[in-house]
Design a protein around this ligand. Structure first.
Ligand SMILES: [Zn+2]
Length: 107
């Protein structure tokens, strides 16, 4: 099985996420120069920005791991039972590390 299409879409997503992270960081540094009177709401904003940033970073990390496993040739194998993960499942959920059976057992 070739994962070229999946790899291409993951790389596209990664680029998008990196841009988003840059935008989040730019927002965060901009807000620190705001008026002192706004510091309370500013702090709330920071928390939102942190949460967004963490979420984005977590997804970036997950995609990097997926790309690494494609490069290493271990992609598409269930991390629990070692079976091949169905192509349909990988196309729908490229970051899946469990086959459908193990995933439904885990739920
Ligand atoms: Zn499995």
């Amino acid at each position: 099985m070739s994962f070229q299409a999946i790899e291409a879409s993951l790389r596209g997503r990664l680029e998008e996420l990196n841009k988003r992270l840059d935008a989040i960081k730019a927002d965060a540094s901009q807000q620190h120069s705001a008026d002192f009177a706004e510091s309370a709401s500013e702090r709330e904003n920071d928390e939102v920005i942190d949460a967004l940033g963490n979420e984005t970073q977590a997804e970036i990390l997950q995609i990097r791991r997926t790309l690494e496993s494609i490069a290493a040739g271990t992609y598409g194998t269930c991390s629990n039972c070692g079976d091949n993960i169905a192509e349909q499942r990988l196309l729908a959920m490229p970051q899946a590390t469990l086959c459908l059976r193990c995933a439904s057992d885990a739920e």
